[in-house]
Ligand binder design. Structure first.
Ligand code: FES
Length: 315
């Protein structure tokens, strides 16, 4: 059983990188396990989505995306956090991507894809004055992953520069809070458990899910059974859950289990036997014979849904 700790152990790792045009960027590292990045990303994308922007910054290219509305989907499936908005979506590897029910991802690739370094940053201009604030992630190959842009006191509505000498210093509140919790360990993580590990159960709604594409009765049966059992489990739909041709397919994130050929009756039994009593339905489990004790994620619970690319798409 994974124990969630509300206090981070400070890394005391500060790094100043000089930039070609005379600016500099100061990185302060913080731990990057999912029990740290989960609460952090939940805070940013679920509570502060109006104030943060997502991007990617390398020499010669900058991408910046803003939220117009709260994310429609915010869930982890097989190690990837998926965040879906009206106009764009992102996938970020926050835990080892095992490669679906058959765990097909080689171990070296799992390490390469995962966040291996995380830092709060503060960029200074050529006069040494702070001018932008954010969070940077790197993968296992040392490559820059996503950049999160935090509120900037020099920018007003529409990212217009404010008149000189009149920065809105109150906009640094979020940076200061995050630094206090995640870099300095002065304050506890503001969650009792990892919000990315809240369990969910999903049914594939892809039209490719042969032989039955009729996912709706299965979804309704899951929802009804969860409600009747009074479980704190979210029921949702998913894109491809990497089984296909054995549909309808259901995934339970609590201990990373896949079920195939799920009828409404089987769906109700999954909830009653597995989610309530911890007993898997061997006849519908995929791969057959798998159990929580031989799963690489045995005992873990993780909320979910979908990366794109080589597998599931959130819907
Ligand atoms: S299309 Fe449903 S699991 Fe792949």
């Amino acid at each position: 059983m994974n124990h969630f700790c509300r206090w981070i152990e400070p890394l005391h790792q500060r790094d100043v990188k000089l930039l070609p045009a005379g600016q500099s960027i100061e990185y302060e590292d913080f731990p990057c396990s999912i029990d740290v990045t989960g609460p952090l990303l939940h805070t940013l994308f679920q509570e502060h989505w109006r104030e943060v922007e997502i991007g990617h910054v390398v020499e010669g290219s900058v991408l910046e995306l803003e939220f117009k509305q709260p994310p429609k989907i915010f869930v982890v499936y097989d190690g990837y956090l998926t965040v879906v908005t009206e106009g764009w979506h992102l996938h970020l590897c926050v835990e080892e991507h095992q490669g679906g029910p058959l765990c097909k991802t080689p171990s070296a690739l799992r390490r390469q894809r995962l966040i291996q370094r995380a830092a709060l940053y503060r960029q200074r201009n050529e006069r040494g004055q702070p001018c932008s604030w954010g969070i940077q992630f790197w993968n296992g190959a040392g490559e820059k992953m996503m950049t999160l842009f935090l509120p900037n006191p020099f920018l007003g509505e529409g990212d217009d520069f404010l008149p000189q000498g009149r920065p809105r210093q109150d906009k640094l509140k979020l940076y200061d809070e995050l630094r206090s919790i995640y870099v300095l360990g002065e304050r506890p993580i503001p969650f009792e458990s990892n919000p990315l590990k809240r369990p969910y159960i999903s049914v594939c709604r892809s039209s490719r899910c042969f032989p039955s594409r009729n996912w709706k009765p299965v979804y309704d049966a899951l929802q009804q059974a969860v409600d009747e059992a009074g479980l704190d489990i979210t029921v949702m739909t998913a894109g491809c859950l990497e089984v296909c041709k054995l549909g309808p397919v259901v995934f339970y994130s609590g201990d990373r289990s896949w079920y195939t050929r799920v009828s409404p009756d089987v769906a109700r039994e999954i909830v009653r036997s597995h989610c309530v009593n911890g007993e898997k339905l061997q006849a519908h489990l995929y791969p057959s014979g798998s159990s929580s004790s031989d799963s690489p994620s045995a005992g873990k619970s993780e909320p979910e849904l979908n990366r794109g690319h080589d597998s599931a798409k959130a819907q």
